[in-house]
Design a protein around this ligand. Structure first.
Ligand code: SF4
Length: 353
């Protein structure tokens, strides 16, 4: 039985990064207080109608650290949690102060996920990001001083102008900070972003594959294990919230544009913070739409998600022979090899639910 997760979306950013297609705004800071009021009210309503206590909570965005810490922790405190919850917040290293992390820890937050992307200034510039790599070190020191030991660093590879040595420097810099978890994603081109309009800056598949292999070599050598294609952790520090998603567990999303899932029904909220606040104030539903997954689709998705993890899929759901080198049998399961992880989408097409 998977754990129950709560996701809270904080849709405010200082700048819009030019590769980003998330629901986030740079001109809505005046709504912050009303937004937090609306989220807290929404949570209260769902609790009153029987929402379970949360085993995992994740604050994502947008940039959760854009909110004043007392606003953010008001939301944390309004979420009923089980005995040993995992409560994560995504942090922009430039926003983080010692007091802020202290307030977070006092409210129960016990995991931080820092948006590092790269440790190399010219690569950060190419991503249109501004932060100073030294701030990452400070944020981690504040977290440790406040008793937060679970620390994820988010990295991106394959940015235009990033050499393999730049990527190696980012990995070395990240590992030197001794995080417990690293997520490393290849840059993807999202429709409608400035990056999409500029093909000269689009990532190259072979370059990304080389960088993936380098990441895996270095992270594994540092004692981390790859437990999902893009995620590595020290033993015992795998992200429980992600596991809720990957095991098709139930989760409730709060805030605009957040998604929820309950027993095969997926539903998602209105997209803008303005609309979300207005719906809550008017006592209307914030749900924009939903879909009910049929049994076959659910079974197929379960396999696709599981294939991406070290759990793999049951023997019999994949023809192993034509996939030689891409998958291997481990007991009653078939799991991706590292070559297979690079071609996971192609392997997925051959699943037989
Ligand atoms: S900080 Fe994150 S959410 Fe905000 S625009 Fe940049 S990538 Fe998107």
């Amino acid at each position: 039985m998977s754990e129950f997760g709560v996701y809270v979306h904080i849709p405010f950013c200082r700048h819009r990064c030019d590769y980003c297609a998330f629901a986030t705004w740079t001109d809505r800071d005046h709504l912050m207080e009303a937004y937090v009021d609306a989220v807290v009210k929404d949570i209260g309503n769902k609790v009153a109608s029987g929402m379970p206590v949360a085993d995992t909570v994740f604050f994502g965005g947008g940039t959760p650290t854009r909110l004043a810490p007392d606003l953010l922790t008001r939301i944390v405190r309004s979420i009923p949690v089980s005995n040993n919850p995992e409560i994560t917040i995504e942090c922009n290293p430039d926003d983080v102060t010692e007091e802020m992390i202290h307030e977070y820890a006092s409210s129960g937050i016990n995991r931080i996920s820092i948006g590092v992307q790269s440790m190399v200034p010219h690569v950060l510039e190419s991503l249109n990001r501004t932060h100073n790599p030294e701030n990452v070190e400070k944020a981690i020191a504040y977290a440790r001083a406040a008793g937060i030991v679970s620390i994820n660093l988010d990295l991106i590879y394959g940015v235009h102008g990033e050499s393999l040595d730049d990527w190696r420097a980012t990995l070395q810099g990240a590992l030197a900070l001794k995080p417990t978890h690293i997520s490393a994603y290849g840059l993807t081109v999202e429709a409608g972003t400035p990056l999409a309009e500029d093909p000269a800056r689009h990532p190259d598949d072979d370059d990304q594959a080389d960088k993936y292999v380098l990441a895996d070599d270095m992270l594994v050598a540092a004692g981390m294990h790859n437990y999902e294609i893009s995620n590595w952790a020290l033993p015992g520090h795998e992200c429980r919230h992600n596991k809720v998603y990957w095991s098709q567990g139930n989760y409730e999303g709060f805030g605009c544009a957040s998604h929820s899932h309950k027993d095969g029904r997926r539903y998602w909220n209105v997209r803008t913070p303005d609309r979300y606040i207005a719906c809550i104030a008017a006592g209307e539903t914030v749900e924009a739409a939903d879909e009910q997954l049929d049994v076959v689709t659910r079974a197929r998705e379960a396999l696709e998600l599981s294939l991406r993890t070290t759990d793999g899929v049951p023997v019999g759901t994949l023809d192993v022979e034509p996939l030689e080198g891409l998958v291997e049998v481990q007991g009653a399961r078939v799991v991706l090899t590292r070559e297979g992880r690079l071609l996971a989408n192609e392997v997925s097409l051959r699943l037989k639910p």
